[in-house]
Design a binder for this molecule. Structure first.
Ligand SMILES: NC(=O)c1ccc[n+]([C@@H]2O[C@H](COP(=O)([O-])OP(=O)(O)OC[C@H]3O[C@@H](n4cnc5c(N)ncnc54)[C@H](O)[C@@H]3O)[C@@H](O)[C@H]2O)c1
Length: 245
């Protein structure tokens, strides 16, 4: 018996990285999975490998959010899980970031999560159940000079998670955030230093001395998506090898 048997799960940014790992694990645990992304070739390939469906979906578009949720509910009659995973990193601190850079990161990482929660809340309220998991970061728990926009967006995700959790709890819907540290995906290799192949200074800041694989985050997302986390809502779940300890 799978831990997500009978559940319909929608995962944004599911073409690769953590979203793909979550899709793979969720499908293995019995969920019907719909992956969305803007990387259509990768998205189609990932979806076909796990017998999932794929939809083109830019998370900054309210119209696309409405269409995607309409399509999922049309196919399966419900949506039980949303993993708001799509995101971008932009390495620029306060003095280097342009207004356009800042707005782009906020649009995808923050507005995208807001639109997603709003879009699935409607069917979830009707069905009186659901689990929303928002992927923040350890950048949403503390400061860091590397990327002002990314840090701002991930703090916003943490705050929105709590606000939505309070509002949606009476409807049987749980909302939690995941705060990964360094995870081995394409995004990791955009971090200052790692982009030039210098991993050691970053590893020295991680008590466990290693980065995580994407499927380690997927296991935490599985817990939050499933009924195993039935009494958790509005909470932060950190997965960082002790980096913020
Ligand atoms: N990798 C890390 O070390 C790390 C650490 C903390 C948090 N995170 C967060 O984890 C999440 C997943 O990232 P990842 O590590 O798998 O990196 P990734 O770059 O492999 O995956 C991000 C995915 O989001 C998609 N995406 C980007 N813009 C989009 C848009 N406008 N609409 C729809 N999809 C879009 C990308 O195409 C990509 O498939 C992100 O929210 C990221 O901020 C990553």
């Amino acid at each position: 018996m799978g831990r997500l048997d009978g559940k319909i799960a929608l995962i944004t940014g599911g073409a690769r990285g953590q979203g793909a790992a979550e899709g793979t694990l969720f499908a293995a645990e019995g969920a019907t999975v719909v992956l969305t992304d803007v990387l259509d070739e990768d998205g189609e390939r990932t979806a076909s490998a796990i017998d999932a469906r794929y939809l083109h979906h830019d998370v900054t578009s309210e119209a696309r959010w409405r269409a995607v949720v309409y399509e999922v509910v049309g196919w399966f009659g419900r949506v039980d899980v949303l993993i708001n995973n799509a995101g971008i990193y932009h390495a620029a601190g306060l003095m280097a970031a342009t207004e356009a850079d800042y707005r782009r990161v906020i649009d995808i990482n923050q507005v995208g999560v807001f639109l997603g929660m709003q879009a699935v809340a409607r069917p979830m309220i009707e069905q009186r159940s659901g689990s929303i998991v928002n992927i923040s970061s350890i950048a949403g728990l503390r400061g860091g000079g590397g990327s002002i926009a990314y840090t701002a967006s991930k703090w916003a995700v943490r705050g929105m998670t709590k606000s939505a959790a309070v509002q949606l709890a009476p409807h049987g819907i749980r909302v939690n955030s995941i705060h990964p540290g360094l995870i081995e995906t394409a995004m990791l290799h955009q971090l200052p230093g790692i982009d030039a192949g210098h991993m050691e200074p970053w590893l020295a800041r991680i008590p466990m001395g290693r980065v995580a694989e994407a499927d380690e985050v997927a296991k935490l997302a599985l817990f939050l998506a499933s009924d195993d986390s039935s009494y958790s809502t509005g909470s932060e779940f950190v997965i960082d090898g002790g980096m913020t300890a």
